[in-house]
Design a protein around this ligand. Structure first.
Ligand SMILES: Cc1cc2nc3c(=O)[nH]c(=O)nc-3n(C[C@H](O)[C@H](O)[C@H](O)COP(=O)(O)O)c2cc1C
Length: 335
């Protein structure tokens, strides 16, 4: 099993001992970035940078790491940077220096975090912060055990508290309807040679610090699978270890679909994933039906609500998976 680093606020740069200040400093930046880089990103492209500007911490999109084929619109980079922003917020909160968040999606700056009123962290902030290093995508089959109602409620609340919604699909009709939409989107993307070669380019068999290591991928897709799985390598599956027959699928969405809303969705996604991890749940992301416009429209119409789906997730109980590596924090600190 891969050794997972632990992260406590005191291990990071020390909190300033002097009186409350209205500015963030280098120690705050470093803590925010160490947490931020653990966020999910499409193909583990890690498209972010962090910097200190006039006492504020800024999360920047890194245009050199935007996926040229899979992310022409910038949706995936905004979701990933939104997720990194949420981690950075937690890191600042556990240092007793919670942030006020200003989203600025019109420029390279995704979010600007300014110091809010100092206060001790809440129990919930500490709990979610503590699981940041443990959260990872788990693409292996889960156990068939259902997720209890109180955990489902917790996940829904996590999304709502970050101005998003989470629809957990109930019943075979909703699940197979989603599977058809996701499957057809997956087929569209599999026929796209440029898309596939970009995906292959981010699949790793060496120990590079970005991209998806083959061991973090799920087993090779097989015809009996209900949900599409990206092919990050060539792992065969143990006999009898098929995917769970009735996966818990959630659709995360936001009321409108401007760039700023996609950053909001990224923050909500990260809160949701950390809440799932803290609840003992594993999760993997399924973005094919969001990436293909016709599929996304179909998905949107299939849900009994207004708003725009931004991510689909599979949730459940699983064996520990394989975290994907990250670049060193020094590589993402911008001057
Ligand atoms: C916008 C976005 C789309 C993603 N789409 C998928 C997907 O379709 N399939 C998948 O297995 N993982 C998907 N991921 C998860 C990333 O592959 C994953 O976060 C990355 O490889 C880092 O690994 P980790 O989540 O284990 O830290 C997506 C992540 C983001 C932010």
């Amino acid at each position: 099993m891969t050794e997972v680093p632990t992260m406590t606020p005191t291990e990071q740069a020390p909190v300033a001992q002097h009186a409350p200040t209205l500015l963030y400093g280098e120690g705050d930046l470093r803590s925010a970035a160490i947490a931020g880089i653990r966020a999910p990103s499409m193909h583990n492209s890690q498209p972010w940078r962090f910097r200190l500007r006039d006492g504020a911490i800024e999360i920047l999109a890194d245009p050199d790491r935007q996926l040229a084929v899979a992310d022409r619109s910038g949706w995936a980079i905004r979701v990933a940077c939104g997720a990194a922003t949420y981690n950075a917020r937690l890191a600042l909160a556990v240092r007793g220096r919670p942030a006020e968040v200003h989203l600025r999606p019109t420029s390279e700056v995704i979010a600007r975090l300014t110091p809010g009123r100092e206060r001790p962290p809440t129990y919930a902030e500490e709990a979610l912060y503590a699981v940041i290093p443990r959260r990872h995508s788990n693409r292996s089959p889960f156990w068939p055990e259902p997720v209890p109602a109180e955990l489902r409620m917790r996940l829904v609340q996590a999304a709502l508290s970050e101005h998003a919604w989470l629809d957990l699909l109930v019943g075979v009709v909703a699940l197979t309807g989603f599977a058809e939409i996701a499957g057809s989107a997956d087929r569209v993307l599999r026929r796209d040679n440029e898309y596939q070669s970009e995906l292959t380019g981010w699949t790793r068999t060496d120990d590079r610090a970005d991209g998806v290591p083959a061991r973090a991928g799920g087993p090779r897709p097989e015809p009996q699978d209900l949900l599409p799985q990206r092919d990050f390598g060539d792992r065969s599956r143990a006999p009898g270890r098929d995917y769970e027959p009735e996966p818990l699928v959630g659709i995360l969405g936001v009321p409108t679909d401007r760039p700023i809303d996609q950053i909001t969705a990224g923050q909500a996604l990260q809160k949701l994933l950390l809440t799932a991890t803290d609840s003992g749940l594993a999760a993997s992301l399924i973005s094919q039906p969001i990436e293909v416009p016709a599929a996304r429209d179909q998905l949107r119409r299939s849900l009994n609500r207004t708003g725009f789906p931004q991510m689909a997730l599979r949730l459940g109980y699983g064996m520990p998976g394989h975290p994907s590596p990250r670049r060193d924090v020094t590589e993402v600190l911008a001057p």
